[in-house]
Design a protein around this ligand. Sequence first.
Ligand code: AMP
Length: 560
Amino acid sequence: MEFSEFAERVADVEQETADLEITSLVAALLVDADDELPVVVRFLLGRIVPAWDPTTLDVGPQLCHEALARAAGPNVTDDDVADRLAEAGEIGAVAESLDLGGQRGLAAFGDDGTDSLTVAEVNERLRAVANADGAGSRDRKIEELFGLFTRADPVGARYLARIVLDEMRIGVGEGTVRDAVAEAFDVPVGTVERALQVTNDHGAVAARARNEGTAGLNDVTLTLGRPVGAMLAQTGTAAAAVESWGTVAVETKFDGARVQVHHDPDGETAVFSRNMESVTDALPEVVEFVDREVDVPAIIDGEVIAVDDDGDPRPFQAVLRRFRRKHDIERMREVVAVELRAFDCLHTDGTDLLDDPLLDRRDRLTSILGTGVSPLTLTDDPEEIAAAEAAALDAGHEGIMLKNPGSAYTPGDRGQNWLKRKPDVETLDLVVTGAEWGEGRRANHLGSFLLSARVDDGGDAFATIGKVATGITDERLAELTERFDPLISSEEGSDVEIDPEVVLEVGYEEIQRSPTYESGYALRFPRFITVREDKSPRDADSLGRVERLVGDDDNDGTGA
Ligand code: AMP
């Protein structure tokens, strides 16, 4: 395809505002692209290489302005180009406005002796620009770009300049390309989406859709050394997780940086960031660790955290000092030690695991990696989830992740199967008015505490609103038992009444209307945060505040 034709069609796309029309125009362009389909797709997205490939043109605005100025003839300087840019606001309009044909000398002819510029040739030349490095590379890059700009027609120059400076901006995103591929080659959108997730190569997926159809797309596999998008999480509550999945896989949420480790026992181990850039050189410990532990080809997903001498986590900022570091790596290794906490496995020994359930992938992970796998708790008990969270926070981690044990790995997708437990937005300061003796190991301690809010601001009447038992360590329970013992006013079975004197700060996921407690409300997943030593029961939160939090302004306060 002539580059000028490509440019004209792209101009039509850019003019169009209706999404469906844009998709159809792109689909028609893909159908006509023939052998150049992969390149056309990349150019539409403003790329010269697939998303997994870190290669860049390494051309800044100044270099591009110089190439344009040269192609525009002796009367135009790179400062003139910069001035025009300041006025026009985008490089495409500037390139289009220059008389780039004025310099049509020898450089105006391609290798075949004609001046026609094809999409394939633009691709080749841009590759040469990208590959130029070392001494004299700047001049070689300018020379190549000069040659291209000289041979481009005005509309071609518009899009060429935009591709060069990574400013395509024609309203065609990855979603448009996905839909257009499906429309052009009559394959299901979901199949295209999935092949894109697995390969990160829009050009190759388009070609496969055309040449091999749905079956071909279904056959795509992961490739060691080519990163795929990390599966992402939404925020959610433990309540929602238990309701949706029954059993929940609870993992520690580490406060570090996401990595995808590609390990090839016969080749190299590469470590990629969440943006799919290589961070291999910055993290030699991770490479050494995986090389030592794993003896099959594997793709491992996890988090790199900074640790102190005892192996305890250090704050996120510490990891940042290591993560993308290019210099002084050995010295920094002494200052900030990092470790891998692996939590998923996408591929082992020739088999892609993306479609396997989380628990099976975790089994594979544990079988290939002796240590360094983040622990996982499987439970349907909200108390246990809260206890896991308390333990994670106690150990200095960020919190917990809730995952659907049966879910597949969907690269790059922020779906419903991984949830970051929502942090408490607001906490409540509530008075302890009762408690219950524990059982078994905790029989000598009070095990859960009945919480009450003040009925009126400044008043002495209290209404119960929930019980808190989680988030309290054994040591803290012993302390609290000692504290409450003298305040016990009556006992019946394991239940005790307690004089209202102590205020606890409590977190929760939700406040619900409920007939269970006197207030007419109940806290969902209440968690002990701390004893408010600075507060007396008169300073505790009132039902008025609870109502405001629930958004029940029309309530009369009795909960009725
Ligand atoms: P956020 O960055 O707040 O969107 O939280 C999601 C991030 O948490 C992921 O991208 C990971 O980098 C990180 N993370 C820490 N621990 C885990 C885990 N066990 N499972 C998944 N992601 C985790």
